[in-house]
Write a protein that binds this ligand. Structure first.
Ligand code: AHM
Ligand code: MG
Length: 340
């Protein structure tokens, strides 16, 4: 594609905003700022393999700066960029116990709050596998002009205004969803911009890949084991046995699921009765994206997006991906009382 045909993410979001005459442009600006954080985190992630040359985490480099662990670096980058922009009243991060409200005049008058997992799948850094940043944007429910409150962050996913992720993979991409749909933008390193590469993304209704940490199956209940047997059974009509793929980095597993179809599962098990993944930082944003792309996300029998969160770091089982595959797994698994 020639550079003159490139549409940058900024150009795209501004065009989308123009469809709503009453829109102020704050959401586009917020997405741009999250994209900026993604680019800064990307620059640091791309140096991860050079850590032995540039200095160990925790050590001091030649400029006298302390090398930060990448997940801490990603967290601080997002916190600072969102603090300095004028569209965000506060944040909640998987890395922080409590939400942070920004107290300057612009921020207290901002209508949005952002939740994020700054560097999901960070155990994959050492093996050079994809990792990502996940984010979710709500319109605040607290009074404008005052500090944002925890209630702003404890809204169900069906109230999200936008959600997305940045994947640091073989290329760097930012994918975001609004109620209008899902679009993907690939970082063009020569101009340092995310450019529209995957317009109007749709998750196929059917898929042939199931993605789960099957090594945990000794801890799964009968319903889950029944579904795994179903995936491994032979059936020419629907392409079973399915292939099993599991990177162990939700962003990477979900990016594949969004593009190729399939199902990603992190279930409850005997040692983690609420599952492992976090509702507000991982499951809701991914559920919002996949639903906007025509897929489905449940925690058992209930839609993820309908769960009313009761605490910031709540965990929830998740079954997410191609609509027909999620409907099938629901026939096997029953929702547990653990989900609010
Ligand atoms: P993290 O937020 O500590 O990185 O953990 C979340 C990650 C997900 O990216 C991934 O899907 C899952 O944990 C893998 O967990 P497991 O190793 O138990 O299969
Ligand atoms: Mg995570």
């Amino acid at each position: 594609m020639s550079q003159s045909k490139l549409i940058t993410m900024d150009e795209f979001t501004i065009q989308e905003t123009r469809k709503f005459p009453q829109a102020t442009g704050d959401l586009s600006a917020l997405l741009r700022d999250i994209g900026l954080a993604g680019k800064i985190i990307n620059k640091q992630v791309r140096k991860a393999g050079l850590v032995d040359i540039l200095g160990k985490h925790g050590a001091t480099n030649v400029q006298g700066e302390e090398q930060m662990k990448l997940d801490i670096f990603a967290n601080e980058t997002l916190i600072n960029i969102l603090k300095n922009c004028t569209e965000c009243a506060g944040i909640a991060s998987e890395e922080n116990d409590n939400h942070i409200s920004y107290e300057d005049t612009f921020s207290v008058n901002s209508k949005y709050v952002v939740l994020f997992d700054p560097l999901d799948g960070s155990s994959n850094i050492d093996v050079n596998a994809p990792i990502g940043t996940i984010f979710a944007i709500y319109r605040r429910v607290s009074e404008l002009g005052k500090s944002c409150t925890e209630a702003d962050f404890l809204q169900p996913g069906n109230r999200l205004m936008a959600a997305g992720y940045v994947i640091y993979g073989s290329s760097t991409m930012m994918v975001y969803a609004t109620k209008l749909g899902v679009n993907g933008f690939t970082l063009e390193p020569s101009i340092g911009e995310f450019c529209l590469s995957h317009p109007n993304m749709k998750c196929p209704e059917n898929g042939k890949i199931y993605s789960i940490n099957q090594g945990n199956s000794v801890k799964y209940d009968d319903g889950m084991l029944g579904y795994l047997s179903y995936c491994m059974e032979s059936n020419k009509e629907d392409g079973r046995p399915y292939s099993q793929r599991y990177i162990g980095s939700m962003v990477a597993d979900m990016h594949r699921t969004l593009i190729k179809g399939g199902i990603f599962i992190y279930p409850a098990d005997k040692s983690s009765p609420k599952g492992k993944l976090r509702l507000q930082y991982e499951c809701n944003p991914m559920a919002f994206i996949i639903e906007a792309a025509g897929g489905k996300a449940v925690c058992g029998t209930k839609n993820i997006l309908d769960i009313m969160p009761t605490e910031l770091h709540q965990r929830v089982p998740i079954f997410i991906g191609s609509k027909n595959m999620v409907n099938k797994v629901m026939e096997f698994v029953k929702e547990k009382e653990t989900v609010g």
